[in-house]
Design a protein around this ligand. Structure first.
Ligand code: ADP
Ligand code: MG
Length: 718
């Protein structure tokens, strides 16, 4: 038995080779790099998944079935059995009882270690009781030697990186790394305030917290490590949140040093009305108080020389588009250009149609136009549009991602509006900002979202964003009634659709989301389309899915918008932004597969006109009806409230922050320890401390951010 690796587990080949041997070490080194453990601090922050208790030896007789136990026992028999398959069977006794060890893979050296008469320290899961105890592939070594004082960490790892190697790497990193406190002197730790009972109120320093979490004493209540409520965990989570807040405040301060065009509302001169006033005059409605209020907030931002970085939130249907158009007017009136970018072509198209309707005549009188940029555009059209954008003839540019492509050169972009901002990645927002870089200035940014961001998320990921909220729907809307219906009653639902169409209304039918396969999504939608067409003779039933050619999508949308098409079957492409006020019923099939916020978005497509509107959530039932029941429970929130914020809060509890942040900046990458659904008190503490710390202890702040975020802080800036 090599003394460097006293524990031998025959099933783990890697530990059979002496760790530290040349080839092994470089493989492990590479594996460390691969999982991002480059700096000592990365290793120090690589926390165990769980722990093994090797601090005690227990009598075999006291081991329960299923318990992982460490024993010391003597080998009384050892044989290789060939049936039913080749295996080494070793019988051991410790005076209190006996146990059989079984190994399906083993080496001659193992047999030698486990020869009759040998005394072993054995660790494994004990199975069975009355008929004899058994351990399958336990770890074993020669008995004796000191017992460790702390629990043994088990780390998340990867191929080529054995636990013993990783453990040693962590121990030596912990010994080397600078873990000096970066919190300002006298900081009151919130993790102490919230754990007053059981003597747990002692505040851990960072060093103490990390040493404890890697090697906790065996008397710790394991549940407090598992649920991360232990004060050592609290310390780490607070530190992590502080780093995030510092970096957010820092980027806000950096942005505050940048310059953007100053856009004052133009005065009425010589009877010539400013664009902004003209648009208000031609709108077929008057603004709600909330729209006016957020409009003023935006106008105040635009009149400053610091770039605006504002998120306009408002539930679906609250009328964000017109607010953004009014903001665009302020920029265009001062002779600048605006861009309006939407995540899908359908949505961009709707915006374009709306902007044309509202603004084209007004702009024409000024010799300016609205340009249109999307991916699949004809080369000739595209070239013409690009010229309009470059010359400044286009006052407003509406489109999809195509708006930020390299060839697009703005003459003077002053305001970038991003609809459904959570659909865009950081890189895309950065690209938009760069479009004005040529002038040594930044454009103002207005981001819009109908997915209400829960307060804790807004406080953390969007801390460097100003937020305006439209908290009021335009008048005359009747609330949407939401019903949960088992899909076994689909026929009744189809009957109801017939009645709606008869009454001159229109209906959306949203097909289930099939995450694994777009192809399945499609075949499902196609089949539903065929079924509904058959069940509803004389009704025009259309189909819309993401794989359709653009021209076809447009044609379908045009038929639905004009009211000729009674029913629109679609995959989730209609999720965002589509506005057809005459649609009054939405059916969502397999609603249990959607996130609540997503359902809320979808539901917002109806209830846009004066007619009473309904949303039917069909949920799947199996034969026993049981899967159906849990799904129903979760979906009940949808029937209980129309408040997008409440729904978002429940969604955060259920699904975590990824839902709101979009794939590219999803929560896991940025917060490893803290959990926004439960660590609100820590977040509030960090948020309060961060600006003070930047002012009074800039060096500590810089050190803290570098320690925690390393190269990642760029990521947080866009
Ligand atoms: P969203 O905030 O979801 O983007 P939209 O901007 O699409 O909402 O507006 C939804 C509908 O309400 C549109 O048809 C829009 O023209 C209309 N609308 C917006 N503001 C008002 C208002 N103040 N009064 C009446 N209708 C309005
Ligand atoms: Mg919208």
């Amino acid at each position: 038995m090599p003394s460097a690796a006293p524990r031998v587990s025959p099933s783990a080949k890697a530990s059979a080779a002496p760790a530290g041997a040349k080839g092994g070490a470089s493989v492990a080194q590479k594996a460390l790099q691969k999982i991002g453990l480059r700096r000592d601090i990365d290793l120090a922050l690589h926390l165990p998944l769980r722990y093994e208790d090797e601090t005690r030896i227990i009598p075999l007789a006291s081991a329960r079935d299923g318990q992982v136990a460490q024993i010391e026992a003597t080998v009384v028999a050892s044989e290789v059995q060939l049936r039913p398959r080749r295996q080494l069977v070793v019988q051991v006794e410790d005076g209190s009882g006996s146990c059989e060890l079984r190994f399906f893979s083993f080496y001659p050296s193992h047999q030698k270690t486990m020869a009759v008469g040998a005394r072993l320290r054995i660790r494994g899961e004990v199975k069975g009781g009355f008929w004899g105890r058994q351990m399958l592939h336990p770890a074993f070594r020669v008995a004796g030697g000191e017992l460790p004082a702390a629990l043994t960490p088990v780390y998340p790892t990867t191929a080529g990186l054995p636990q013993p190697y990783l453990r040693r790497a962590v121990v030596s990193a912990l010994a080397r790394v600078d873990l000096s406190d970066t919190l300002p002197p006298g900081t009151e730790p919130p993790w102490a305030r919230f754990h007053g009972q059981n003597g747990l109120h002692r505040a851990f320093s960072l060093r103490e917290a990390l040493i404890f979490l890697h090697h906790p004493t065996p008397d710790v209540a394991l549940s407090t490590l598992e649920d991360h409520s232990h004060p050592a965990w609290q310390r780490l989570k607070a530190e992590e949140l502080l780093a995030q807040q510092l970096s957010q405040y820092q980027s806000r301060r950096e942005r505050d040093r940048l310059r953007a065009p100053v856009l004052h509302p133009q005065p009425v001169k010589g009877g010539a009305w400013p664009l902004h006033e003209q648009l208000l005059a031609v709108l077929p409605f008057s603004l709600t108080a909330a729209q006016r209020r957020v409009g003023e907030e935006i106008a105040a931002d635009l009149a400053r020389q610091v770039p605006m970085h504002r998120l306009l939130q408002g539930d679906v249907g609250s009328g964000k588009t017109v607010v953004s158009a009014l903001a665009a007017c302020l920029a265009m009136d001062a002779g600048w250009q605006c861009a309006l970018m939407a995540p899908t072509e359908i949505l961009a198209e709707q915006h374009f149609a709306k902007m044309i309707g509202w603004l084209e005549p007004l702009l024409a009188a000024r010799g300016r136009k609205v340009a249109w940029l999307v991916g699949g555009q004809k080369k000739k059209d595209r070239t013409a549009m690009l010229e309009m954008v470059a010359s400044g003839e286009a006052a407003l540019v509406v489109g999809t991602h195509a708006v930020i492509q390299e060839q697009v050169q703005f003459k003077n972009l002053a305001l970038a509006i991003i609809d459904e901002q959570h659909r865009f990645g950081v890189a895309q927002r950065l690209a938009l900002r760069q479009k004005l870089a040529a002038h040594g200035m930044e454009p103002h940014m207005l981001m819009m979202s109908a997915t209400p961001i829960p307060r804790t998320l807004a406080m953390s990921y969007y801390a460097d964003l100003d937020v305006s909220v439209i908290d009021e729907l335009p008048p005359g809307r009747t609330p949407i009634v939401t019903k949960l219906i088992a899909d076994s009653r689909k026929d009744e639902v189809i009957e109801r659709i017939g009645a709606q169409v008869e009454a001159g209304r229109q209906v959306y039918w949203v097909c289930p989301l099939i995450e694994e396969s777009e192809a399945l999504d499609l075949s499902n939608a196609t089949a539903t389309h065929a079924d509904l067409s058959e069940a509803l003779p004389g009704v025009m039933v259309g189909l819309l899915h993401s794989r359709m050619p653009t021209a076809e999508k447009k044609a379908v949308m045009a038929l639905f918008t004009s009211g000729q098409m009674g029913v629109l079957v679609s995959t989730t492409v209609i999720e965002v932004g589509v506005d057809v006020p005459n649609a009054s019923l939405m059916v969502i099939e397999h609603a249990e597969r959607f996130g609540l916020s997503q359902l809320h978005q979808l539901r917002g497509r109806v209830g846009r006109g004066a007619a009473a509107s309904a949303c039917v959530l069909l949920y799947a039932t199996n034969d026993s009806g049981r899967v159906g029941e849990t799904a129903k429970e979760r979906l009940r929130a949808m029937a209980e409230t129309n408040d997008g914020f409440e729904i978002a809060r429940r969604d955060l509890e259920i699904r975590g922050p990824g839902e709101f942040l979009g794939a590219r900046q999803s929560g896991d990458a940025l917060l490893r320890f803290a959990d926004l659904a439960t660590d609100t008190h820590l977040l509030e503490w960090a948020r309060e401390l961060a600006p003070q710390m930047l002012d009074r202890y800039p060096d500590l702040a810089a050190k803290h951010v570098a320690r925690w975020l390393g190269g990642k802080s760029d990521y947080l800036k866009a």
